[in-house]
Write a protein that binds this ligand. Structure first.
Ligand code: NAD
Length: 381
């Protein structure tokens, strides 16, 4: 099959869905690869590097879309991009079908297939294609780096001839994929790191990474909501109060707070409230990784960095993976390559879009003129 990556057109997006390395792997599966001229430039991959890897460079996006069977992308398609695809062609990209009903209708009308990378089931077998996790990992890492960049002090404590420096204290709220990456980065930099999650099962993971799990004064159990499929459920008012009380106690002592708390299908819970920011020391930093979904912090402004009256920097950027475009492109292109591996069982360039396969079925949101979202639940874990 012919597989091509266009240049991302979302403003400020620097990632690319195919790298020279991933193209080499795709060719080993029997496919031929195409790239729009300049598509990898912002991520540090020049056209020449693609050509060296056997990729054909195509001048424009319309030419690329017309030339290939599979279009691989990072950001969900625009209407124009979606309409460029027809029956027999397949798009693989982030798609967010729940928020993109119109685009699904377009796919139904044109007959194009759509594989949504954000719909890959989060089961063990599919971890190699789990782009949500690979990007969350980068966001967690980058959130700590961004915090450090805005924090005028060291993370690690030091005793030098010039004086004694205390270690920074970092609180990570939410210990999913991004939160755990943030914990790992923060402890590696030498900060005293605390972390909290409503799912008590992550306490062990947090502690094994050298951070301290924040326990609440809450009867019997750390959690109250029935978690679904490893995800958090909304908290009861009593649990929430206990959580906020604990955060109020911690706020004056924390130098950096990184919030990552999300609940599927809902706005991000507000957990780091205005009074907590007001209680933080001048020079402290909040990085809100939930900014895309409304933010965990009261004072977050999406895509911006604000400094409060008491001198606390609140970062609400939503493009952390794009800020590390080389790394993010490498991991995302590998996720896509693994998806293509499963779609090409014979490694002979022949695609079998097997709708009996849990992972392929789960990620396919439009197929041969039908909308196939939402999928049935996966049969295996
Ligand atoms: P997510 O981005 O949906 O949420 C981030 C974290 O916020 C979660 O850990 C959640 O428990 C936490 N949270 C929600 N409300 C909170 C609150 N009020 N206070 C504090 N924390 C709160 O999560 P994710 O990173 O996508 O991961 C979700 C789950 O999926 C995790 O259990 C993860 O281990 C699991 N997972 C499994 C696989 C797999 O292949 N098996 C892959 C990726 C993730």
């Amino acid at each position: 099959m012919k597989i091509g990556a266009p240049k991302e057109i979302f403003e400020g997006e620097s990632r690319v869905a195919m790298t020279p390395d991933s193209a080499l792997q795709l060719q080993k599966l029997g496919h031929t690869c195409f790239i729009e001229a300049g598509a990898g430039h912002a991520a540090g991959f020049e056209d020449k590097a693609y050509e060296k890897a056997g990729v054909s460079v195509v001048a424009t996006a319309p030419e690329l879309f017309a030339a290939v069977d599979f279009v691989v992308k990072v950001r969900p398609p625009t209407e124009t991009e979606m309409k460029r695809l027809g029956a027999g062609q397949t798009l693989i990209s982030f798609f967010y079908p729940a928020q993109n009903a119109e685009m699904l209708e377009t796919a139904k009308a044109t007959g194009a297939n759509v594989i949504a990378m954000d719909m890959v089931p989060r089961i063990s077998r599919a971890q190699k294609m789990d782009a949500l996790s690979s990007m969350a990992n980068i966001s967690g890492y980058r959130a700590v780096i961004e915090a450090g960049n805005n924090f005028g002090r060291f993370f690690t404590g030091q005793v030098t001839a010039a004086g004694k420096v205390p270690p920074a204290k970092v609180l990570i709220v939410g210990a999913g994929v991004a939160g755990l990456a943030a914990i790992g980065t923060s402890t590696a930099l030498g900060a005293i790191t605390y972390a909290f999650d409503v799912r008590p099962e992550v306490a062990e993971q947090i502690e094994s990474m050298g951070a301290e799990f924040v326990y609440l004064d809450f009867e019997e159990s750390q959690t109250d909501g029935a978690a679904t499929g490893g995800y958090a459920a909304p908290s009861s008012p009593e649990f929430r109060e206990a959580q906020l009380k604990k955060f109020r106690e911690l706020a004056p002592d924390m130098d950096i707070v990184i919030t990552t708390a999300l609940i599927p299908g809902r706005d991000a819970p507000k957990l780091w409230l205005a009074d907590m920011v007001a209680a933080m020391k001048r020079g402290s930093v909040v990085v809100d990784l939930a900014a895309e979904r409304g933010g965990n912090c009261d004072l977050t402004v999406k895509d911006e960095k604000v400094v409060t009256e008491n001198g606390v920097t609140v970062v609400g950027y939503t493009d952390f993976p794009s800020r590390m475009a080389a790394q993010a492109s490498q991991l995302y292109a590998t996720n896509i390559r693994h998806m293509m591996t499963d779609l090409t069982p014979g490694k002979d360039g022949v695609v079998n879009h097997n709708m009996e396969d849990d992972v392929i079925r789960g990620a396919t949101v439009a197929h041969q003129g039908a909308i196939t979202y939402p999928p049935p639940p996966p049969k295996i874990a």
